[in-house]
Structures are given as structure tokens and as C-alpha cells.
Design a protein. Sequence first.
Length: 259
Amino acid sequence: HSSATSIQMHKCSNPKACQGNEPTEQNRIRSQLDKWPAPTAMVTNCSEYITNASAYANMQCSEGYHGVLCGLCEAGYGESKPFVCRRCLPTATIIGLYAVSALAVLAFMLLICHFNMADSNKAAAAGSDQPPASDVLKQLVLYMQYMLILASMGVPWPDTLSGPLNVLAAAWSPASPQTLTVECLFSAGPMPMPIRKTIFYLCVPVLLLVVLLLVQGGIAHCKAYCCKSSHGFNLLDRLLGSAMTVVFVFIPSLVRTTF
């Protein structure tokens, strides 16, 4: 119910965010309404109606929610799923978890790139019935992407499923929007929060691609120096292969974040 004078009722996107049917909230709303001037009275300060209308909408919301249909998160809370707010973790904890998960995703992409190069070098030996290791890893990534989509849905999964899904989403935080409520890291500013979140998640794959190329270049130079390897580091070939790997890993999250 967006206004006390409105005759329209709308269903909350997240029922747990709305407390409008609880007696305690009804009493608070009723006491607030008693303070309003009569509709027929002369109103000289229109801002009083605006303030009361906002307070009326917010009083229907659970802790951590506010706005029409309780669809926004209060300060100190972040959106962990669509229309689901969660209290922000400490800033150092969020940064640490992002760093650990970014290293895990980076190591996984590095493994995919390694097996892609190894499989391409062994392409001439086509007599083996075993699937290439890179194909197995790609299937694993595809499976985890489907699981991340399920984890982001507002479905009350049983504990036997919600626990593993939450762990998987936390491990893939750089490629899984809203897992660690990145908006908790941003201070108030003129740019809307959805735009800042979109820019953040668009920059993460680019940053990891640069780090991936640096790591591959470092490994190639170490092999050339220590093992006297004759294989050089072809930046163009590595760039194309690494870029395709990053796109393959991040495309579902980029689509959900952007569109």
C-alpha cells in the first residue's frame, strides 16, 4: 500500500520484507494517521503530506527495507538477491572475501587456458577416445553457471540445497552479482547505485583478464629462463585465448547485470 489515501493494494515482491499485516505495525500506522490533518482542512505546508506518505510506506517494511513495496535497502544493508536485503558485512571482510574468490576464479581460468593450449598442441593425435581436459573443465563451468543462476533466484530452497548454492555463489563472487552486496563498499554519491554496481561488474572481467595475461607472461618467462624453453610468449595468441576464457566464465553474470 503506497499511500494511506490510495484504494489500490499491491503484492510485495518479497513477502518477508513487508510487515503490513502485523498488529504492531497496524497500531503504529494508526497512531501516525491520527496526527495527520483532516482531508478537508486547509493545508499550508504540502511537505507534511509528502513526509507522512513516505513514513507510512516505510512503516510497512521489515528492518533493512524501505520505499514503495519495501523494494529498497536501507543504509547499512545490501541487496543479496533481487528484493532481498542483508545487513552489510564489515568492509575489510567483504574486501578479503572478494580477494580470495577472485584468486580462486583466476586460478580456475588459468587452468582452463593451460589445458586449452595443451589440447591444441595435441590436436594431431586424434586417436584417443578420452575427451580433452579443457572440454571437461568447460562442462564444469557451465554446470556451475546454471547453479549460480538457481542461487540468484528468489526461491526458498531447502537447507540441503541453499547451503551448497550459497557456498558456490560466495566462491564465484566476482562472477556472481549481488553475492557479497558490493554496494556496501560504496559511499553515498551523486551516481545512482545500480549504475555504479553495473560499472563495477563490467570492470571485474577486464581486470582479471589483465592479471591473467600478466601471470601467463610471468610463467612463460620463468620457463624460458629456468628451463631454457624455446617456446616464446605470443601476446596475441594468449590474448585471444584468455579473452575467450574470461568471456565464457563471465558472460552469464554480465548478461544478468547489464540487462
